[in-house]
Design a protein around this ligand. Structure first.
Ligand SMILES: [Zn+2]
Ligand SMILES: [Zn+2]
Length: 406
């Protein structure tokens, strides 16, 4: 079938991306799903820092690449075996046409050494497929003018439709709105996973989050949902104000934090740079643990005092992608949302169209937006009937009136 999507032609473009325009919206051919794969009509896709990292060249992926990995959609077609209760050794439950699914960027084969760690390490097969720009099974289902276009993290969600492996989705009930479901797949899974799976705060323990972007704010929301006292730290005053809107009662800039000598038993670094890691370490209390979930540049280096680690009986925990098991964690976060304890929609700061993605990357890079969502209108189900309208209306959906808060 023919779809419309945003293709990254080349990595490493110069900012501002609104001018260098590394992403172009175009028509592509999407193959029918193979064995173990499904066709999904994308409802909502979020713009995440991991997308930006491929655009700016910090993460090397094959191009041309159909970007996007944080999304939710409706199953439109099932490949062979995807309605069965177990696929490829994974007891993940069957899918039906019409199901709402959350896309996850961490497909699991269920059989490798990484898959045997309960989520602490990613799947080796899935990671290799993500690096190669293929689906979990090794195939490429996207073409443009007869040439293959790589998949992004097994998802490629900046498009009207996607073919993905069954292991790249988690089914959610239809009462979970698409905008909420999309965020569960990346921001909440990563930031929330750092709290739930890595930090594991005891009841009443204070959780400090350093770096209040999408992932950091998700960590804040999940820690609040667990009833923990939360301290927010960021260099941007606007983000501290947003954190206070979410219910954080104690906020600091890094300088204010160090000057005041405030420390916490659990500190989560979600900024992805070495200075933030040092701030997080300095703010970790005696006997405490520093959890790092940010992804700094490969050559970034931080200074730490080994003596402090020993003398203060401290622990540093690396939380790669939230040490998440999507099939276990997403239903849990969905239930927290349903109970009104995890207001994920508060992370949404703006709705955009597919054509605004280059500018959206600038907004993300400059820290102006928390989560920008593309909402695909139902009319895009058949791109042949929408010559001039490649995405839904700019502010489709009930959250359209939401004030920009990022
Ligand atoms: Zn992401
Ligand atoms: Zn695996």
């Amino acid at each position: 079938m023919e779809i419309v999507g945003a293709v990254l032609e080349q990595s490493g473009a110069e900012p501002p991306f609104a001018a260098s325009a590394p992403l172009s919206v175009c028509r592509l051919q999407l193959d029918t799903p193979g064995a173990g794969e499904i066709l999904v009509r994308i409802e909502v896709a979020g713009v995440c820092h991991s997308d930006l990292s491929v655009v700016d060249g910090n993460r090397v992926r094959p191009t041309p690449l159909l970007l996007g990995h944080e999304a939710a959609g409706i199953v439109e077609m099932l490949g062979e075996g995807t309605g069965d209760l177990a696929v490829g050794g994974l007891a993940v439950g069957g899918l039906a046409v019409g199901d709402r699914v959350v896309m996850t960027f961490l497909p699991r084969c269920g059989a490798c050494a990484g898959c045997a760690t309960g989520g602490r390490l990613p799947c080796e097969v899935g990671s290799a497929a993500n690096t190669a720009g293929t689906l979990l099974g090794g195939g490429i289902r996207l073409h443009r003018d007869g040439q293959p276009v790589s998949h992004h993290l097994g998802v490629s969600a900046f498009a009207t439709h996607a073919v993905v492996n069954r292991a790249s989705v988690v089914r959610v009930d239809r009462d979970i709105p698409a905008e909420v479901a999309a965020l569960l797949g990346c921001a909440v899974l990563t930031g929330g996973g750092a709290v739930l799976n890595s930090a594991k705060p005891a009841p009443g323990e204070t959780v400090m989050v350093v770096g209040l972007g999408g992932v950091g704010m998700a960590a804040v929301l999940v820690a609040l949902s667990l009833g923990n006292h939360v301290i927010g730290v960021d260099g941007v005053e606007q983000k501290l104000a947003t954190a206070r809107d979410l219910g954080v009662t104690e906020t600091y800039t890094p300088q204010q934090l160090l000057d005041a000598g405030v420390r916490a038993p659990v500190v989560i670094e979600a900024a992805g740079n070495a200075r933030a890691f040092e701030t997080a370490l300095a703010a970790t209390a005696l006997g405490g643990r520093t959890v790092t979930v940010g992804l700094p540049a490969p050559d970034a280096r931080a200074t730490i005092s080994p003596l402090l680690l020993t003398a203060e009986a401290r622990t540093i925990i690396g939380s790669y992608l939230g040490s998440a098991l999507p099939s276990r964690d997403i239903p849990l976060f969905a239930e927290l949302w349903r109970e009104g304890r995890l207001p994920v929609e508060k992370l949404i700061s703006r709705h955009i169209r597919l054509e605004q993605l280059n500018e959206a990357m600038d907004a993300l890079a400059e820290g102006r937006e928390l989560r920008q969502l593309i909402v695909f209108g139902p009319e895009t189900a058949n791109p042949d009937t929408t010559e001039s309208e490649t995405t839904g209306p700019e502010t489709a959906g009930p959250a359209a009136e939401k004030k920009e808060n990022g």
